[in-house]
Structure formats: structure tokens, C-alpha cells
Design a protein around this ligand. Structure first.
Ligand code: SF4
Length: 277
């Protein structure tokens, strides 16, 4: 099992690694940075395609019902990955209905094609990442067509306003978050990509007022549509640099899913209690 600092999941599962940057949200991909740093070691091909079939059996060994983020170091719907290998991943997911598998992609069209080819099991959460208005319409429209019990969107890193056309109907879960990383010390990148700015007088990262309005719009639309809402972070030089409070509270909602979730929720809440808020 792989422990993770991603607070909306319990562990990561990477039966394949490697990916290629495709849109603006990928520019500072943490997975690429890690994989290239460990090229020739834990990542023999760096961020190139690496099948890891020995990891396919991992979920069978998890003792407790688990929320797992699939491919934190890749995109399962990257065109380089074959449908045959995706089928092997899906076989494991189907075989383990006690676990929930969160799959996030920027290749909405590939996910939709695959979901038409093979029915997704109830414990497969189908998600897309959306970073700005430019990528909003195509990705959410494709996601709505995916036949999945839980459809979700990660607006992280949110780089621009999604705008008035935002409509989260038929989406069960939404995550928001700002970009993080030391590159944001660069004034131009801070201005262009961050939801926060560094206030040198108080020596703190603080959310930009207009970015707070972008996030509020997403939250309010989630509330109207009955979509569970999770605000992960404001971002800055590190993920929690500006905390994660929005309008006086933390937003930790999770979607409802079939099966007994009591134990999972408790484990999840215990994790949050230990997290930096
Ligand atoms: S799709 Fe995801 S994993 Fe692939 S390069 Fe972009 S951010 Fe990285």
C-alpha cells in the first residue's frame, strides 16, 4: 500500500506509472517531478510509461474497506496505456467491491469511450480534472455521459474562473484547490497561476479576493445541486501554506456510495483530525 498526503483519499494505488503533459494544469505536475527525480531507480523510465503488473494484487491484501486514488503517478486514460491493461485494472476493481477506487483523468474522451466499451463497476468513481473555463465544457459534458455511480470533478489546480456557465448537476462530488510549489515564489507565476499571494508585511500566503469568489461560486453551485463539496487547500509555496478554510469553515464533504461506509468514514475522519487544517 502507498500512504499519501492527499487528504481526500486514504491511499494511492499505482498499477501503472508515467504520463504526458497535455494542458495548462499539467505545467507543474508533481508526478512528473517525482518520477524524473527518481529516473533509473524507483522509476526506471522516469515519467515514461511503466506497467507494474506486480501491483495489481495489492487491493486483495488491504484488510479494511479503503478509499484508494488510482494512478496518482499517471492518468489511467492516457492514450499510451492499452485497453487490455485497463481491463486488468478494472478486473481488480470489480473483484474488490469492499473498496472504493477514485480515478481522475484529463482524457475525458478516452474515459467516455472506455466506459461505453466496458461497464464501470459501482465502486469505480469516475472523475475529471478541470483547471479553467477553457477545459470546463468538454470535460464536464463527457463526464455526464459516463455511466458511473459516482462522477466527480477535481478543480485543482484551479487556475482561472470557471464563470457563470458552471453547472454541477448530475455530479456527485467536487474538490477545489489551488496550485502549490516553490515555483509560485516567482511573481509572474504567482500572479498567473496561484489562488493566493504572499503578503510580505504579515509574512503569510493569503487567498486573493477574486479567487475566493471563484471558489465560492463552485461551492454554492455544489450546494444548489446536492453535490458533496471538499475544499482541499488554497495553495502557495506548499499545499497548506494558506490553510483550507473557506468562509469560516473547512469543507470535507464526501459523496454517498453503495455499501456500508461507516468504517470508511470513521477512518477518513480520523485522518482529517490528524491533518493540518
Ligand atoms: S494528466 Fe495528470 S499525471 Fe498526466 S501530466 Fe497532467 S497532471 Fe501530470
Amino acid at each position: 500500500m502507498d500512504k499519501t498526503g492527499i487528504i481526500w483519499t486514504e491511499k494511492t494505488w499505482n498499477p501503472v506509472t508515467g504520463c504526458k503533459q497535455i494542458t495548462s494544469g499539467c505545467a507543474y505536475c508533481y508526478a512528473k517531478t517525482i518520477a524524473e527525480r527518481m529516473r533509473g531507480q524507483a522509476f526506471p523510465n522516469g515519467f515514461g510509461l511503466t506497467y507494474r503488473p506486480h501491483r495489481l494484487n495489492e487491493p486483495y491484501r488491504w484488510k479494511e474497506p479503503t478509499l484508494a486514488f488510482v494512478n496518482s503517478m499517471s492518468d489511467l486514460f492516457w492514450e499510451e496505456i492499452t485497453d487490455e491493461y485497463r481491463d486488468r485494472v478494472l478486473d481488480v476493481i470489480e473483484d474488490n467491491p469492499q473498496h472504493q477506487f477514485q480515478v481522475l483523468t484529463k482524457r475525458h474522451d478516452v474515459m467516455l469511450r472506455y466506459a461505453k466499451r466496458r461497464k464501470l463497476p459501482a465502486n469505480f468513481w469516475a472523475g475529471v480534472t478541470i483547471e479553467d473555463a477553457k477545459n470546463y465544457a468538454l470535460r464536464i459534458e463527457a463526464l455526464r455521459k459516463v455511466d458511473a455511480e459516482i462522477r466527480f470533478i477535481s478543480f485543482e489546480p484551479l487556475i482561472g474562473d470557471i464563470g457563470q456557465s458552471l453547472d454541477l448537476s448530475a455530479i456527485q462530488w467536487v474538490i477545489t484547490g489551488g496550485e502549490s510549489g516553490t515555483h509560485l515564489w516567482h511573481p509572474k507565476l504567482m500572479e498567473q497561476r496561484a489562488l493566493v499571494l504572499y503578503d510580505r508585511d504579515v509574512k503569510k500566503w493569503l487567498p486573493k479576493p477574486h479567487a475566493v469568489d471563484w471558489i465560492r461560486r463552485i461551492r454554492d453551485n455544489a450546494i444548489i445541486n446536492g453535490t458533496a463539496y471538499f475544499h482541499k487547500q488554497w495553495g502557495g509555496s506548499y499545499p497548506e501554506a494558506a490553510g483550507r478554510v473557506l468562509d469560516g469553515r473547512t469543507w470535507n464533504e464526501m459523496p454517498r456510495y453503495p455499501g456500508d461506509k461507516t468504517e470508511i468514514d470513521n477512518a477518513y475522519l480520523r485522518k482529517l483530525e490528524g491533518a493540518t487544517l
